[in-house]
Ligand binder design. Structure first.
Ligand SMILES: *Cc1c(COP(=O)(O)O)cnc(C)c1O
Length: 472
């Protein structure tokens, strides 16, 4: 008799390897062909709980000896379809959806660098120190806050390093380091990480490389194909594409093999009472162990679950991912090019620009483009920057990206306002930095809006100079 626990709350089948190209996968991957009534679209399962035919069946399912859904905190058929589809698009072996991108990153860090991961028997021990994370110092402000404050309070330590310099990552590794965290395309400047170089280092030091692929999406790059072990997403952004809700996802790429280094990953390789005195690796294999820890322990205990309604929203959005991202990329490239020549702009950052320090990686890893986020510096004081923002009409002053609507933010006052001075400096975020999240409106209308607002800055500078001349 097999005592291997089955993955409850996700279907027993592993996702099939991608059978089609991305434009087809984003519409069809993971669809259940066996549903009664044969709907063309999978219905939205708006149910918190799932009923059993007998107490024995309930007992077996809750004990994870039999596959099946129990309660929607850890699994729901609509959410499970989204998980299969995102895993297929990333070329991964499985995924766990979460209520937001922040939740996805939190669960990944807790699973890999929490106390239980440092304990010889896989159970948390208060006397054991938690793990250490090496993370990019040019990263989304929310991720920086999470690691600097909330996860630091849980004992997890972090060293911030330059995403362009793998040697800094190597130098930061300690015997407690378990996770490298980087964005494929960074926020707000669009920095491109050298994923193959970081994956090599991670493999050498027995560390997991997790890549936040929010700004790129799997349409532009699949970090797993470049060696990353995990991918995380804020699905709130491009995967959804209309700014209507929050969602997140964690994807296992199939590159992480904890059984090859069992003493390093006790939380996955040592039998645990919680999982029926089995190790997660023996129950779910190298590909499934970490995702099972994330779902059956962390998601279950802390509860940042994706609602099935929001999962359905993201599934609808994914159907048009490729054509949306093509438009975002083309418009961002054109606006970046025009901004470079504007007299009120001192510096433009987008990897598509020929003088970008990331142009080499863009050419090597991003044949389809590098996304719809760009930043630039206004050649003015803070007063001029305020004038620019207040003169915008089509671009909204708002902190989102991936939406149909174009948005402009001042990172220093908004998305990155809680960063430490060291991270502000490393991230090259100044009072003059503007981040644009280019939407899907007509490029000429967007340019007219930017040009008008930038000319306000220029004409006021000229007026100011004239005034000074008059006074003197
Ligand atoms: C928005 C964002 C997050 C956080 O995701 P939420 O869905 O807002 O919680 C994480 N990383 C990046 C790169 C983001 O842009």
């Amino acid at each position: 008799m097999s005592t291997t626990p089955k993955n409850s709350d996700v279907e027993a089948r592993p996702p099939a390897p991608p059978a089609h190209r991305p434009a087809t996968e984003q519409i069809h991957a993971g669809t259940d062909q066996q549903l009664p009534a044969h709907p063309v679209r999978q219905p939205l399962y708006a149910s918190a709980a799932y009923q059993f035919d007998s107490l024995a069946q309930a007992r077996e399912t809750f004990a994870q000896r039999q596959p099946g859904f129990t309660y929607s905190r850890t699994g729901n058929p609509t959410v499970a379809l989204l998980e299969r589809r995102i895993a297929a698009l990333e070329g991964g072996v499985g995924a766990v959806a979460t209520s937001s991108g922040q939740a996805a990153i939190t669960l990944v860090v807790l699973a890999l660098a929490g106390r239980s991961g440092q304990s010889p028997d896989g159970e948390p021990h208060p006397e054991v120190s938690a793990g250490h994370v090496v993370a990019s110092n040019r990263i989304y402000g929310g991720t920086a806050d999470l690691l600097n404050d909330t996860l630091a309070e849980a004992g997890i330590t972090v060293t911030w390093v330059n995403p362009h310099n793998p040697a800094e990552w190597e130098a930061a590794v300690t015997d407690r380091t378990r996770l490298f965290l980087v964005e494929s395309v960074g926020n707000p400047h669009g920095d491109l990480a050298d994923i193959p170089a970081l994956a090599d280092l991670a493999n050498r030091y027995g560390v997991v490389l997790a890549v936040d692929n929010t700004l790129a999406t799997p349409y532009l790059v699949q970090p797993g194909s470049l060696g990353a072990h995990l991918v995380v997403h804020s699905a709130t952004k491009y995967l959804l594409g209309n700014g209507s809700c929050l969602a997140g996802a964690i994807i296992a790429t199939g590159q992480f093999k904890p059984s090859q280094n069992p003493t390093r990953w006790p939380q996955l390789t040592v039998p645990r009472k919680r999982f029926g005195d089995q190790s997660l690796v023996s129950g779910f294999g190298d590909d499934g162990a970490l995702l099972h820890l994330i779902r059956a322990q962390l998601l279950n205990d802390t509860g940042p679950t994706l609602s099935s309604y929001n999962a359905q929203n993201i599934l609808d959005g994914l159907e048009t991912l490729d054509i949306r991202v093509q438009r975002h990329c083309a418009t961002a490239e054109e606006l970046a090019r025009r901004l470079t020549a504007h007299p009120a702009v001192s510096c433009v950052r987008h990897p598509s620009l020929p003088d970008s320090p990331d142009h080499r990686i863009a050419t090597r890893d991003y044949p389809r483009g590098t996304g719809g986020v760009l930043s630039f510096e206004i050649d003015s004081d803070l007063h001029g920057v305020e004038q620019f923002f207040d003169a915008l009409s089509l671009f909204k002053i708002a902190a989102n990206l991936g939406d149909a609507r174009s948005m402009a933010v001042h990172p220093a006052s908004t998305t990155h306002c809680r960063l430490t001075p060291a991270l502000i400096q490393a991230g090259e975020i100044t009072e003059q930095t503007v981040r644009l999240a280019v939407g899907r409106e007509d490029v000429e209308d967007l340019w007219a809006d930017l040009n008008t607002a930038l000319h306000c800055v220029l004409s006021n500078q000229t007026a100011g100079q004239t005034q000074k001349v008059n006074v003197s």
